[in-house]
Design a protein. Structure first.
Length: 260
């Protein structure tokens, strides 16, 4: 299931890269920062899937996983240096712990317990009583040594582990922990890089937004100033021509009264 998921994400990554190439080759346009961030997020997700699947790859899927790694690294190599840090996103498979990290213990094999052969026939006072005694001895023997016919002794004796073997085990654990720490460090570095790019993109958008708001405020202020100047001009005109207009109206009213 994980192998299919990795293959799907790699195919999707190929589609994203092909779309970027068509954008630059056919339309002669450069991808935006949002496109670059989207690409890096998908690469980071694919790389995490490869690392998670690396520890659980079955032996039958090993060749397929190596092909997926090669395809992913070819995609990374095909991207320009200005987009991503190739060394940071390149996938390197860990050594196979089942082959390179084997602990060799002493070949201390537990020899099967063998009962000493009875050279002398045991003394028997009575045939029936001796049979009961033999049965009891057989039960005790099975309880102590287990069933020898099935080859499963009751008490398992394990070979002793030397200090050198313990040291090798500790070295293996340290190497595995170091490998996990390296993976964690690379993941943190990628996350930090993506966070910095997102921060730059947000700051740039905020700068554009603030610039547009300032322009709109300046335009509104200029409109208000023009409207204020027009009102002042109208007020001044009304003050100057107001008495003349009043005289004309009164003259018309007086003329009408005289006629009537």
């Amino acid at each position: 299931m994980n192998g299919l998921k990795v293959e799907y994400e790699i195919d999707k990554l190929i589609e994203i890269v092909d779309e970027r190439d068509r954008l630059m080759d056919v339309l002669h346009m450069q991808p935006s920062k949002n496109d670059n961030i989207k690409l890096k997020k998908h690469i980071n997700h694919t790389l995490d899937l490869l690392k998670d699947y690396e520890d659980d790859v079955p032996f039958s899927e090993d060749d397929r996983f190596n092909h997926q790694i090669k395809t992913y690294n070819d995609i990374i190599e095909g991207l320009p240096e200005t987009v991503i840090d190739k060394e940071l996103y390149r996938f390197k498979r860990k050594p196979n712990l089942r082959e390179t990290k084997k602990v060799r213990f002493k070949d201390g094999l537990v020899e099967e317990h063998k009962e000493p052969e009875q050279k002398f026939k045991p003394y028997k006072d009575d045939e029936s009583s001796s049979t009961v005694v033999d049965d009891l001895l057989e039960v005790k023997r099975k309880e102590l040594f287990g069933n020898q016919e099935t080859g499963t002794p009751k008490y398992n004796i394990s070979p002793q582990v030397s200090n050198q073997d313990i040291f090798i085990q500790q070295q293996q654990q340290l190497m595995e922990q170091e490998s996990h720490l390296e993976n964690l460090s690379s993941s943190i570095n990628r996350t930090q890089g993506i966070s910095i790019e997102i921060n730059d993109e947000v700051e740039q958008q905020n700068e554009h937004l603030l610039t547009d708001i300032e322009r709109q405020v300046d335009r509104s202020e200029s409109h208000l100033q023009r409207a204020g100047r027009r009102l002042n001009a109208y007020e001044a005109t009304a003050r100057e021509k107001g008495p003349c207009f009043l005289i004309v109206i009164l003259s018309i009213i007086l003329f009408l009264l005289v006629i009537i």
